[in-house]
Design a protein around this ligand. Structure first.
Ligand code: BES
Ligand code: ZN
Ligand code: ZN
Length: 500
């Protein structure tokens, strides 16, 4: 596995250019394309004797657009410093600095170098800038050759606090990605439980505790069992992670429920087309986000928000086997609601329903949020850049939307269309678990009907459903994301919790 890059802040006065390998200088977008951070440029010129403005002229096509990058080699043989990166930073918005950071980190990826980053973030954009530097350095590898050392970044400016916070967020995403990228012959629900336990041990917070339910303890969790019993061993697990610092019984209680399908074949309603199955090791991205978010809050120690959190990771494998559930089976969820299963590939809502019903009945949450790679339809509606968000609490939706926009994980509120509820009426059970005739024009909104199904199990709670089927995966190695699992959800949830 590749390791987390080192990142720290440094004052311009104490920068030692000559001991680093490269310096990144901002290029601004404006009427005139020019270099930003003149103080850094001056001081670099003084120490090296190089004419930086002259060097910049060797990039005549520069426009200053965020993320453009030009490498200028320095012909120095005595010192280490061997190159300058001119990097477009646009107008310096968070989004711009994120693009600039991605371009820089991708350029120097795994070269084991110390980079002075003079791209000039401001306090409010420093966090996203630094998170992006770290996340763009991520690769998951099981190749047998030795992993390369990641780059080391020194950020010019007084950003100690921002860097500290960025490290916590990026560590969270990094942890989620490691789980998501792990192949499914390694990860099963038991493996997820063991990973959660060892991460809890590593984080060493007295506020954290973890309980794993399996076998008979899951008797009432009919959805989790119906899906998870398709796997011969070790069977499904409910991982319950609690973050409850001293005094937190009087603070808001947030319950996060994550879909943790460690592989989704579709079950007996085998996934079609079968090429789509390859990506399905990422179907536990929701559970990974829940785990990583809670650990991130615990990592904040005394700076953590005054909030109590319970995470429910609904872990199961959806296999095709002699013990797999059948289309037409009727299952009994936690709390007694019966559901007629019509398509075993819509397994996510079955495991989530138990989690939501359990939270509603037993945990008295002030906020109940589920996060899941739930429907291909969400991706059809919004593509890969936005998660589909469903809630009746429009104020909360607005808050989450704004936080997501700022931190770089965007969520878009979609309507819970009551008229479509009739699609979930079953002849023999309380509900059909999906719209029976998806070809009927009104009911083809698969992400909406899935949300309506889940809403029933959340009772009257302050509930939000995040369908992350789109943004949980990236088709290519680009920007902050590696090809495959992105770790989506950790940042927006952690930032929202921090705002409570
Ligand atoms: N895990 C999939 C959803 C998914 C699709 C996630 C693409 C990421 C990328 C989910 O379990 C599923 O198969 N959903 C079905 C539901 C349908 C049978 C009602 C879908 O979206 O096709
Ligand atoms: Zn499925
Ligand atoms: Zn699934």
């Amino acid at each position: 596995m590749n390791s987390f890059p080192a990142i720290s802040g440094v004052d311009l006065e104490s920068v030692n250019f000559l001991t680093c390998d490269a310096v990144a200088i901002p290029v601004l977008l404006g009427e005139k394309v020019e270099l930003g951070n003149p103080k850094l440029v001056n001081s670099l010129e003084k120490t090296t004797g190089e004419n930086i403005s002259e060097a910049f002229k060797s990039w005549p096509d520069a426009t200053g657009k965020a993320g453009e990058l030009f490498e200028y080699p320095l012909k120095r043989n005595k010192e280490k410093l061997s190159r300058i990166y001119f990097v477009g930073v646009g107008q310096g918005s968070g989004e711009d600095l994120r693009k600039a950071a991605s371009a820089l980190a991708r350029k120097v990826k795994a070269s084991g170098n110390l980079i002075i980053d003079g791209l000039n973030p401001k306090a409010d954009t420093a966090v996203v800038h630094c998170v992006s530097l770290i996340l763009s350095s991520y690769t998951y590898t099981l190749k047998s050759d030795k992993p390369k050392k990641p780059a080391t970044f020194q950020i010019v400016g007084k950003f100690a606090q921002e860097i500290e916070h960025a490290k916590i967020l990026a560590t969270g995403v990094w942890r989620a990605r490691d789980l998501i990228h792990t192949p499914s012959n390694i990860k099963n629900p038991l493996w997820m439980a063991n990973q959660a336990k060892s991460l809890v041990t590593k984080v060493k917070s007295p506020a954290l505790s973890i309980k794993i339910k399996s076998g008979k303890e899951l008797a009432e969790f009919g959805g989790l069992r119906a899906v998870g019993n398709s796997a011969p061993k070790p069977g499904p697990r409910l991982i319950e992670l609690s973050y409850a610092p001293k005094g937190s019984s009087r603070w808001p209680h947030v319950v996060l429920v994550g879909k943790g399908i460690t592989f989704d074949t579709g079950g007996i309603s085998l996934k079609r087309p079968y090429e789509n199955m390859v990506a399905m090791k990422t179907d536990m991205s929701g559970a990974a986000a829940v785990l990583a978010t809670i650990l991130a809050i615990a990592d904040m120690g005394s700076k953590a928000p005054k909030v109590r959190i319970t995470g429910l990771m609904m872990c199961a494998e959806n296999l095709l086997s002699g013990t797999a559930q059948r289309p037409s089976d009727v299952i009994r969820h936690y709390g007694g609601t019966t559901v007629e299963v019509l398509d075993t590939d819509a397994e996510g809502r079955l495991v989530l329903a138990d989690g939501l019903a359990y939270a509603d009945a037993e945990l008295a949450p002030d906020y109940l949020i589920d996060i899941a790679t739930l429907t291909g339809s969400a991706t059809l509606g919004l593509g890969r850049q936005y998660a589909a968000m469903y809630t009746r609490n429009n104020k909360l939706a607005k808050t989450l939307g704004e936080i997501g926009e700022r931190i770089g994980e965007r969520v878009w509120q979609m309507p819970l269309i009551d008229d479509y509820k009739v699609a979930l009426v079953s002849d023999i059970a309380d509900f059909n678990h999906l719209a029976e005739n998806p070809n009927q024009p009104d009911f083809s909104a698969g992400s909406v009907t899935a949300a309506l199904f889940l809403e029933h199990f959340a009772g009257a709670r302050n509930w939000v459903h995040l369908d992350i089927a789109g943004p949980a995966r990236s088709e290519s190695d680009s920007g902050e994301n590696p090809k495959g699992g992105t770790g989506f959800g950790v940042r927006v949830l952690t930032e929202w919790l921090t705002s409570l």
